[in-house]
Design a protein around this ligand. Structure first.
Ligand code: FA5
Length: 334
């Protein structure tokens, strides 16, 4: 007999034994591919006589069609099972809980800043942005520091050039405002300040200050004390005590340091929050403000000191380390 029938039988058996559509693809190549067995039969046609050729060719084509349909039938049978397995493997359990998205929290210093803005805004002070990269003349000259005055040594900082530095105090805003705004005025700013400082638990090279000042007719130390007393009670509660002691800053006369004490924290120990005083008449005159008519007060406080006092945080370096355990503790402190 010819070689065709056994080849068909063999192909049938192999196709039925196949257990995957991938295996069927191999079988298809093996029998029907260019180098496959069926194509091999066709190549043998050359050895036959001219009469035999048509019948043989037809039989080979029949065999090819048969094997093709066997392959297709088997493929269909296997495909269903494979899909079922794939669906099972890739099944999504819609009842599983989702991944909770991480929600950002406000840094405790940002919370404090927002509160300061609310409190001072409520007392009629207008918030103004101010540059961290500041000119020497606003940081010192405009604030009545005589050239080479030793008070500048206490505020050494990072210089970008001889005339430009990272500001040491937010008070530097005063000159910018006085240049462009006529009294009466009430202005404040909150922002980063920098000093070349030996870093310890209460001092960092980078910290924040709030600075406020007002000018009007008849402004006195009584207004300053009233404002800072109100500020302290708003930030720390009604039982807070406020203390003013004489201090020196070139830009105020008289000058005071401003400290608070609360029975709840640090055993009622006094903690200095900042400096304050009546704006020096030299500064008013420098900006063409008549000092016989107008007077003003100014104060500047360390922002970090406020949450330190409130929550009993004894090291200000925590504020800058971005340790999430620390930050989360004060996630919604208020
Ligand atoms: C000043 O900076 C003045 N500009 C304050 C002022 C404004 C006085 C207006 C009068 C009128 P002083 O250097 O004391 O003052 O700093 C004020 C506050 O900033 C300090 O009491 C402290 O709370 C905070 N502070 C100062 N240096 C540091 C530092 N290295 N790290 C953290 N906080 C600081």
């Amino acid at each position: 007999m010819d070689a065709i029938t056994p080849l068909i039988e063999e192909a049938r058996a192999v196709i039925h034994a196949a257990t995957s559509t991938a295996a069927l693809r191999e079988i298809e190549i093996q029998y029907l591919g260019k180098q496959g067995s069926v194509s091999g039969l066709m190549r043998g046609i050359g050895q036959l006589s001219a009469e035999e050729r048509p019948a043989f060719g037809a039989k080979v084509n029949e065999a090819r069609a048969l094997i093709e349909s066997e392959l297709e039938a088997r493929r269909e049978a296997l495909r269903e099972g494979e899909w079922a397995a794939q669906f099972a493997a890739e099944r999504i359990d819609v009842t599983l809980p989702g991944h909770e998205p991480r929600v950002g929290i406000e840094h405790v210093l940002q919370q404090t800043t927002n509160e300061i803005k609310r409190v001072l805004g409520g007392m009629g002070f207008v918030y103004q942005e101010s540059p961290e990269r500041e000119e020497f003349r606003y940081n010192f000259d405009a604030l009545n520091y005589p050239p080479d005055h030793p008070a500048m040594d206490a505020q050494d900082t990072f210089y970008l050039s001889d005339d430009v530095l990272l500001r040491t105090q937010c008070t530097a805003l005063q000159g910018r405002v006085f240049e462009s705004t006529k009294p009466p005025l009430r202005v404040f700013t909150v922002g980063r300040t920098f000093r070349n400082e030996a870093v310890d638990r209460t001092h960092n090279h980078t910290f924040h200050q709030v600075d406020a000042f007002m000018i009007d007719e008849g402004v006195s130390m009584a207004h300053l004390k009233g404002t800072l007393g109100t500020f302290a009670r708003a930030m720390f509660g009604p039982e807070v005590k406020v203390r003013f002691r004489p201090d020196f800053f070139p830009f105020v006369e008289p000058g005071v340091d401003y400290a608070i004490s609360t029975p709840k924290l640090f055993n009622g120990k006094w903690v200095e929050l900042g400096g304050a005083g009546l704006i020096h008449p030299n500064i008013l005159e420098r900006y063409g403000i008549d000092s016989s008519r107008y007077s003003g007060f100014a104060f500047g406080l360390g922002v970090e000191r406020i949450p330190m006092m409130r929550y009993g945080i004894d090291d200000l370096r925590y504020f800058f380390e971005n340790d999430l355990r620390f930050l989360r503790r004060y996630a919604s402190a208020r």
